[in-house]
Write a protein that binds this ligand. Structure first.
Ligand SMILES: [Zn+2]
Length: 243
């Protein structure tokens, strides 16, 4: 039985989806070790590393996240690590499902999840009432055979963090979106647009990335096509922003 509040949230998120042309992927398996889950307008990802399941973000509403995980036979209790790209509600609300997981986020995002510094948007970040570990730029967390490198990408929020897994898989939350395979910055819900563009230029300097995963516009296996513009833009100072 879906509660009225959840229905209203669902309608609202669909309206936002249309207005800002968000295109979350349907739930499914992308590679033998990467799964994507859709909750309303947002995607989160699960990376399987041996016996460990690692989440990048957690989904928009816990009951939706639970249903989506169930559809691919993933038990939230088996998730050992959660890396949050930032503290917006569509990325952290599902966290309560992952009771056994160690939680990581940027130290620059901590004020938001402690309620100290509210977002500019009307929607505040949910408070995080459980232990968590704070990361800085370039910190590396080892999970079994897997390495997760934190890359500070401020702009969308002050502590937005991208995660580079095994030097190959880039999970970047809302630092940029993809349109026709190209990365762009989005102004809506972004706290500091100019800083966000600097962060995208920083990502453009990465090497050997095979997959780029976004939270609202799918993924690409062509890193160069996605970021070439931003390498050029670094020279000229210009940068696109579709919103
Ligand atoms: Zn988002």
């Amino acid at each position: 039985m879906v509660r009225l509040g959840d229905r209203i949230t669902g309608w609202l998120s669909k309206a936002i989806d249309r207005k800002y042309t968000l295109h979350a992927l349907e739930t499914g398996r992308i590679t033998d070790k990467i799964y994507v889950f859709k909750t309303d307008t947002a995607n989160f990802y699960v990376f399987r590393s041996g016996e460990n399941f690692i989440c990048f973000d957690t989904g928009y509403r816990p009951f939706l996240s639970r249903e989506e995980l169930k559809s691919l036979n993933i038990d939230p209790e088996r998730v050992t690590h959660v890396f949050l790209t930032h503290a917006d509600i569509d990325h952290v609300w599902g966290l309560r499902l992952f009771k056994r997981a160690a939680v990581y986020l940027s130290e620059d995002e901590e004020p938001l999840i402690r309620g100290i510094r509210p977002l500019k948007s009307a929607i505040r970040s949910p408070r995080l009432r459980r232990p968590y570990l704070l990361l800085r730029d370039n910190d590396v967390v080892t999970v079994g055979p897997t390495s997760v490198r934190a890359i500070a990408t401020p702009g969308h929020t002050p502590g937005s963090m991208a995660y580079l897994v095994d030097g190959t898989y880039l999970f970047l939350g809302d630092t940029c979106k993809l349109k026709d395979g190209q990365a762009y910055a989005g102004k809506h819900y972004t706290m500091d647009y100019e800083t966000q563009k600097e962060s995208i230029r920083k990502l453009a300097g990465l090497k050997n990335v095979d997959y780029v995963f976004t939270a609202h516009s799918g993924y690409t296996q062509d890193f160069n096509a996605a970021f070439d513009y931003w390498k050029e833009a670094g020279k000229t100072g210009g940068a696109p922003g579709l919103f």
